[in-house]
Design a protein around this ligand. Structure first.
Ligand code: ATP
Ligand code: MG
Length: 292
């Protein structure tokens, strides 16, 4: 009897990112509720939703900044421990909604710091420029300069990060994130504060990042940017994933529009809770009435 062995999985079979049942509670507030999300190899996925929907909180759960109350996050099939440095090491890099650069370091130094997870030298050695750092420096510097050229910042290498215009600070954050050679890049509002030209350039940059083999999950409020760019878009509303699909499907979904406008709709996330609260308030009012 012959047995047919299952074919060995190819890299594209295992999703780059698998978030399963991620829930994040802060005291009484559930900021993210039971969210599943998958990002495949070479995919650009958008994450949209009104202010306070839980998008950044979800990113924080993915990157180990928060330990999710429930749920798991796996990168290329391996569950990640919720520790930021281990998540970076595994291959997920991110940028922040509120830019986090070393303001008094140069552009090049900021990228070199992002590189430290991929060199033997630690962060402090990099910052203190110890002997080990100098040895590793040459190779790292070459890679950092490649990334600065890639993001269009090569001419600014010796400028202090704090002196860059806002749009370039956002690009520098991307260059720094790429320095860890991630398989997945998470971008939290990469075009916030950018002019239309810079936004278009960012779209091109994200496509180029994908063609170099890095999948991208991007949060953005600029819908034109999202719908132009993304292979798939997931919508978070009040911490829950309302829907997910191609740009065309999501764009045409009236519930998404209603969620943005804050108009109530049937089956809206949080609707049940709101109804419970309303019922409880009504009962209290009735009781108060009866006790009079
Ligand atoms: N550390 C925290 N402690 C308590 N509540 C928090 C914390 N972080 C976020 N929240 C709450 O969780 C909810 C979701 O916030 P989050 O920042 O994730 O939203 P968002 O979708 O990123 O919004 P925006 O589009 O405005 O950036 C908000 O109600 C927020 O106040
Ligand atoms: Mg946010």
């Amino acid at each position: 009897m012959t047995t047919t062995a299952a074919p060995a999985p190819t890299p594209t079979d295992t999703p780059t990112l698998t978030a399963t049942g991620v829930t994040m509670r802060f005291g009484g507030l559930t900021a993210v509720r039971n969210v599943d999300l998958t990002v495949h190899h070479n995919e650009i996925v958008g994450l949209i939703g009104p202010n306070g929907a839980g998008k950044t909180t979800f990113f924080n759960c993915l990157t180990g900044l928060y330990v999710p109350t429930e749920g798991t996050v796996a990168f290329q099939g391996t569950t990640l421990p919720p520790k930021p440095h281990l998540v970076t090491k595994a291959g997920i890099a991110r940028t922040f909604q509120n830019i986090r650069l070393f303001a008094n370091m140069t552009v090049l130094e900021n990228v070199l710091v992002g590189r430290h997870t991929r060199t033997k030298e630690g962060l402090f050695s990099a910052l203190l420029r110890g002997p080990g750092f100098r040895r590793a420096e040459q190779a790292s510097e070459q890679r950092a300069m490649e990334l600065l050229a890639f993001t269009g910042l090569a001419a600014k290498r010796d400028h202090l990060a704090r002196n860059l215009p806002y749009g370039e600070q956002r690009k520098l954050e991307i260059a720094r994130a790429l320095a860890s050679d991630p398989g997945l890049l998470l971008l939290d509002e990469p075009t916030a504060g950018m002019n239309p030209q810079e936004t278009r350039a960012t779209e091109t940059l994200v496509r180029a990042i994908r063609s170099q083999g890095t999948a991208v999950l991007v949060i953005e409020h600029d819908m034109r940017f999202i719908f132009n760019l993304c292979d798939r878009v997931a919508v978070l509303v009040q911490g829950e994933k309302l829907t997910e699909g191609t740009s065309e499907t999501v764009q045409a979904d009236e519930r998404v529009i209603a969620a943005y406008l804050g108009t109530p709709f049937e089956g809206a996330p949080g609707e049940e809770e709101a109804a419970e609260v309303a019922a409880a308030e009504a009962r209290t009012a009735e009781e108060a009435e009866d006790n009079r």
